[in-house]
Design a protein around this ligand. Structure first.
Ligand code: HEM
Length: 381
């Protein structure tokens, strides 16, 4: 049974969590006003994400490497790209992330209201990613402006504006790729240069492929890291016991706690698929060519898997956590995001006496289709 009912597309002004909590109680699948079939529960989201033959990722007419690819070409790109996210590859960057986080935390005014999304999350995301990719510090302001505009465009739902903003981003990317191509052997020895020189299936990457990969590693991702930081900070400001728990945890436990905070309030809301044949899922008969939404935020709150909505069990919920997806398209950047978020937790623990919610100021939630917070006013002690 599916109902034709609005979901996150028309739920203007609503927080995606309570909205999908209500829908999920009665429906595994709903059809939204755009005609998309939205999978709300854990079992169906996992089933669809794991069946990449029926649920194709080729949802866009634009080249998206690797997220819009299927089959062998996806596998070939993942083999190449996963190589940049191994522990050994990331280890040299960890001191940089720790330093970036420590500097940002040290620079925060004490006893005054700061916004954990803009003053910590966005700044940290941009500096950490620029450091990782070898991009110049002068690009930081331009990227921060771009993130703000991208966010506004996404919120507005205005496709023309979103397309313009995407084009602006490609220009930023070309401004780092072009000089490296021209410099040839004299190009700086950094990740961006290595990617430009990489090969897939025995051939060089095309310019659009390089741009698409870098767009994926930055454009989509700076916003996700900033949103994740906002969610983690809002949670810690409201739960001093969890900050204390972090303080007596080792790194592996810290990662599990951060993932659990993000599971409960997953700001990476959904991804799309398209059916390659008729499919039956969650009691719904879905035709070929149907547009599907895997709703991570909703699936991550499914009471039948994780218990009551407020249950907090970092180790117990680890296996079923879907913050970084599942299946062939599972997030390759997870190890990077994990070491970056861990660096921020380390900086908070080492450089402050804790954080608390700013008195008299409420955090501002993002509203659908965006998750997480727009603004998280906190006081750093
Ligand atoms: C900050 C927290 C992050 C979250 C919550 C997150 C979440 C996700 C999720 C749920 C997917 C699955 C998409 C799908 O099934 O269609 C995904 C895919 C992806 N993520 Fe992340 N991600 C994060 C950080 C990163 C980082 C740091 C990078 C790289 C620098 C990255 C790069 C990618 C790419 C390239 C894909 C597509 C993979 C594919 O299609 O094979 N992500 N991410």
């Amino acid at each position: 049974m599916t109902d034709h009912m609005p979901d996150d597309l028309s739920a203007a002004g609503r927080d995606v969590r309570p909205f999908t909590d209500e829908l999920r109680a009665d429906h595994a699948v709903v059809r939204n006003i755009a005609g998309e079939w939205v999978l709300l529960r854990h079992a169906e989201v996992v089933a669809a994400a794991s069946d990449h033959e029926t649920f194709s990722s080729a949802v866009s007419r634009h080249l998206q490497v690797p997220n819009g690819l299927d089959g062998e070409s996806h596998t070939a790109f993942r083999e190449l790209l996963d190589g940049y996210f191994t522990d050994a590859e990331l280890a040299p960057y960890v001191p940089l992330f720790e330093q970036v986080a420590a500097d940002i935390v040290a620079g925060l005014p004490r006893g005054e209201v700061v916004d954990a999304v803009a003053d910590i999350g966005a700044l940290f995301a941009v500096r950490a990613q620029c450091g990782w990719l070898g991009w110049p510090a002068e690009l930081e302001d331009r990227l921060l402006e771009w993130m703000a505009e991208n966010h506004a465009a996404t919120r507005s739902g205005d496709r023309a504006w979103t397309a313009d903003v995407a084009e602006d981003f490609d220009e930023i990317i070309r401004s780092v790729v072009q000089p490296r191509r021209e410099a040839g052997a004299d190009a700086p020895d950094d990740l961006t240069t290595r990617l430009i020189g990489a090969r897939v299936d025995g051939r060089e990457l095309t310019e659009p492929e390089v741009v698409s990969i870098l767009r994926n590693w930055t454009g989509g991702d700076l916003g996700s890291i900033a949103l994740c930081v906002g969610v983690v900070m809002a949670h810690l400001a409201g739960s001093p016991d969890h900050l204390a728990l972090l303080a007596r945890s080792d790194d592996e436990q810290i990662d599990a706690i951060v993932d659990e905070i993000l599971r409960i309030d997953d700001p990476f809301v959904s991804n799309r698929r398209i059916t390659t044949c008729p499919a039956r899922i969650g009691g719904a008969e879905i035709p070929e060519g149907a547009r599907i939404k895997l709703h991570w935020t909703s699936a991550n709150r499914d009471e039948s898997v994780f218990g009551p909505l407020d249950s907090f069990d970092p180790q117990g919920h680890r296996e079923a956590n879907l913050v970084y997806g599942i299946g062939k398209h599972v997030c390759p950047g997870r190890p990077l995001a994990t070491v970056q978020l861990r660096a921020l937790v380390h900086a908070l623990l080492a450089g402050t006496d804790g954080v608390e919610a700013a008195p008299g100021e409420e955090p501002e939630r993002e509203v659908s289709p965006v998750g997480g917070y727009r603004r998280v006013p906190i006081i750093v002690r």
